[in-house]
Design a protein around this ligand. Structure first.
Ligand SMILES: *Cc1c(COP(=O)(O)O)cnc(C)c1O
Length: 430
């Protein structure tokens, strides 16, 4: 089948590009530090094909909720292959990952309570945990962090002393061990300096609190696949130079949690023009893709894209100064961009958005149209890895009028509660 025959809209992941980006990550970690672990950030894009592809490559699952934990287990990751982060962990899965030797980075006080309880229940086991550090990155890199001077809300604050208190509490538990630091921070710039500042913070904490660590977890937030921006081989040698002042690879592993940097370049979104109309002074090009598919948080002001004109379309296209490329939804804000000085678009043409792998496919509302098809391209050939959702998938966990039921299990049922994630049954209404 020719690509023109595929029904738009759909995402395509270039497998070769993905493999090349993963290999670049591995090689630069290998060369800079040697002792490392890669945890793929599920939230960035948890497409099942992608997640199982990266598992095959040896990545661990970096998850930030009980649902993501359950998904990782469902897709074949063992508890030991989980890196469990974030403030909304659930107790049962928290315990499972810790007891299996997976990585858990404590994010708040209740998790210290859970740790104490767990250690008391298993006095013969030694439990290693990490702690997420909240520190003033903005001070080290002015203007670069996402939250600016307001600061972030995750982890234990270094500046107000709660980090040191958390360390002291772990040290009071006879069979717990502070195994690592988690330093994920989000920045607007994704610059090398941000990661150098993170590495300096790790060194400072080790020295001030006399820590012996099995790992330093740098988190995610790298750039990748954009020309003129840093790539993996720019980050890790710089980080390594700083870390080596206090750490040795033989003793301390480097953990990274890439998301967007792994997927960006490999992924495109193909949309089709469904209609063209003039209203007032504006030429509207209506497409079957939406801003919700590629910019669900509505923050992008520009897109990387190219157009593919329909081969059968007759005649030379004149150039138009301005065309408003808009989405399928009925919301007026659903306009992608203003296409300047481009060929006049017509029904059947395609607009292909580039670098759209992160925070798209899984961060997508089920609004007006459901999740689109996803293909991978392998040796020039397209293979389908997700079929577009239909009403069947949409209603899968719903009951219809007349089918209501009272259930006792609705409250506080975490995925760790003896549910077997390798055998999740989907409920369908009769
Ligand atoms: C979001 C997140 C990541 C991945 O971030 P990217 O920007 O996609 O690289 C990694 N670790 C944690 C804890 C995160 O919250």
């Amino acid at each position: 089948m020719k690509e023109w025959d595929y029904q738009t809209p759909y995402f395509v992941i270039e497998e070769e590009q993905l493999a090349a980006d993963y290999a670049m990550l591995v090689q630069s970690l290998e060369e800079s530090w040697g002792n490392y672990r890669i945890g793929y950030s599920f939230k960035t894009n948890s497409l099942p094909w992608l997640v199982t592809y990266l598992k095959e490559k040896g990545a661990a699952a970096e998850v930030v909720s009980d649902d993501e934990y359950a998904l990782a287990r469902y897709l074949g990751y063992s508890d030991a292959e989980i890196i469990y982060n974030g403030p909304v962990k659930e107790k049962a899965s928290f315990e499972k990952v810790l007891l299996a030797g997976g990585i858990v980075n404590l994010d708040g006080r209740r998790e210290l309570d859970w740790l104490e309880e767990l250690c008391a229940r298993f006095p013969d086991r030694t439990v290693g945990v990490g702690i997420r550090v909240n520190f003033d990155l903005e001070k080290a890199c002015p203007g670069q962090t996402t939250m600016g001077e307001a600061g972030g809300r995750f982890g234990f604050s270094y500046e107000n002393g709660s980090f040191a208190r958390a360390v002291a509490r772990v040290r009071q538990i006879p069979n717990a061990r502070l195994a690592g630091l988690h330093l994920h921070s989000s920045s607007k710039t994704r610059s090398v300096e941000v990661f150098e500042a993170i590495a300096r913070m790790a060194c400072r904490l080790k020295e001030e609190l006399d820590l012996t660590l099995s790992y330093v977890d740098l988190g995610g937030g790298y750039c990748g696949g954009l020309s003129g921006r840093p790539q993996y081989p720019d980050y890790f040698p710089a980080v390594s130079r700083i870390l080596r002042r206090e750490f040795q690879p033989e003793e301390t592993a480097l953990i990274v949690e890439p998301g967007i940097s792994l997927l960006s370049k490999a992924t495109t979104f193909v949309t089709g023009v469904t209609d063209v109309r003039d209203i007032g002074k504006e030429r509207y090009v209506i497409t079957d893709g939406s801003r919700f598919n590629i910019d669900p948080t509505m923050i992008k002001s520009s897109y990387l894209f190219h157009t593919v004109l329909h081969p059968d379309h007759p005649g030379q296209r004149r150039e138009l100064e301005h065309q408003c490329i808009s989405g399928f939804s009925c919301m007026e804000v659903d306009r992608m961009f203003s296409f300047r000085n481009g060929p006049e678009l017509a029904e059947g043409d395609r607009i292909v958005y580039e670098n759209v792998g992160g925070y798209t496919m899984s961060l997508n509302p089920l609004f007006i149209k459901y999740f689109p098809d996803v293909y991978i391209r392998r040796k020039g050939q397209l293979y389908q890895v997700r079929e577009r959702w239909t009403p069947r998938e949409y209603v899968a966990n719903s009951l219809l009028f007349g089918q209501e039921k009272q259930t006792a299990a609705a409250v506080g049922k975490g995925s760790g509660d003896d549910e077997d994630h390798t055998d999740i049954k989907l409920r369908n209404p009769k």
